[in-house]
Design a protein around this ligand. Structure first.
Ligand code: ZN
Length: 257
């Protein structure tokens, strides 16, 4: 497992798609080489909210789809979170800029921001992109890229993720789409509530299984990552006093039949 920065993901995608992105971060050569070998028609970037390396390892049995992708041919990386909050972390993922530079704290800031994400840049260059995320995050993106699906936040996060998955599968049917962002939130919600993460991991795995199959059917590649370390209710006090957040995984994979 190699250490990278979250900020390198957007520059890597920009380099592959041959578009210009303003970021101080460098593309990741091993990912680029892999991408050039696979030459994917579409890249599906799935953010699994609160997926950190502890969750990834502890629930390896439940998250078997992710582990299988790595075992087959996938690359596994680890990065330090740039923010413990979802919106700034995803903004960094999509812009290649740290939170101090993009200044996106809440979804409403996206509307006011002059900084374009990799989704908008690709779309502007004639390579249609899609985003499937909560309504608040989706609203500012409407009209700035080809396909935007907002899913209403709710207490029933399992039903919410089901809808995210359904829209993701639907947009993957569109032949022209080159990059899809999808944001699954069950693990994060279960962690915040102190609920059984095993259940959330199993639900996430089920959704990832279908997204993986859909990506494979479109000769696609998957980028699967967390956004920040899980906000877990104290299960181990000693661990919660460790000031360094747990690193976050990125899996880059080209799914097999
Ligand atoms: Zn988050």
């Amino acid at each position: 497992m190699h250490a990278i920065s979250l900020l390198q993901i957007a520059p890597t995608l920009a380099e592959f798609f041959e578009v210009r992105l303003n970021s101080p971060a460098r593309p990741v050569t091993s990912i680029l080489n892999f991408m050039h070998t696979c030459n994917p028609h579409v890249v599906v970037l799935v953010v699994i909210d609160s997926l950190d390396l502890h969750v990834y390892s502890e629930f390896a049995a439940e998250l078997e789809v992710l582990h299988r992708l790595v075992e087959q041919n996938g690359l596994l990386f680890a990065f330090e979170q740039v923010s413990s909050h979802t919106t700034p972390a995803i903004a960094s993922l999509l812009t290649g800029l740290d939170p101090e530079s993009h200044e996106i704290v809440v979804s409403a800031d996206v509307a006011a921001s002059k900084i374009k994400s990799i989704l908008e840049i690709l779309d502007d260059e004639g390579m249609p992109t899609a985003a499937v995320l909560d309504t608040n995050g989706a609203k500012p993106l409407l009209g700035r890229m080809s396909h935007v699906f907002g899913v209403e936040d709710r207490e029933d996060i399992v039903a919410y993720d089901e809808e995210i998955k359904t829209h993701t599968l639907a947009v993957l049917q569109k032949q022209d789409v080159r990059l899809v962002l999808s944001h699954l939130r069950s693990i994060d919600r279960f962690a915040h509530r102190g609920w059984d993460l095993q259940i959330a991991a199993r639900i996430t795995n089920g959704n990832m299984k279908e997204i993986t199959e859909a990506a494979r059917d479109r000769d696609g590649m998957l980028f699967i990552c967390g956004d920040h370390a899980a906000h877990r209710k104290a299960r181990n006090v000693a661990q919660d006093t460790i000031p360094i957040p747990i690193p976050v995984p990125l899996i880059v994979a080209s799914p097999y039949p």
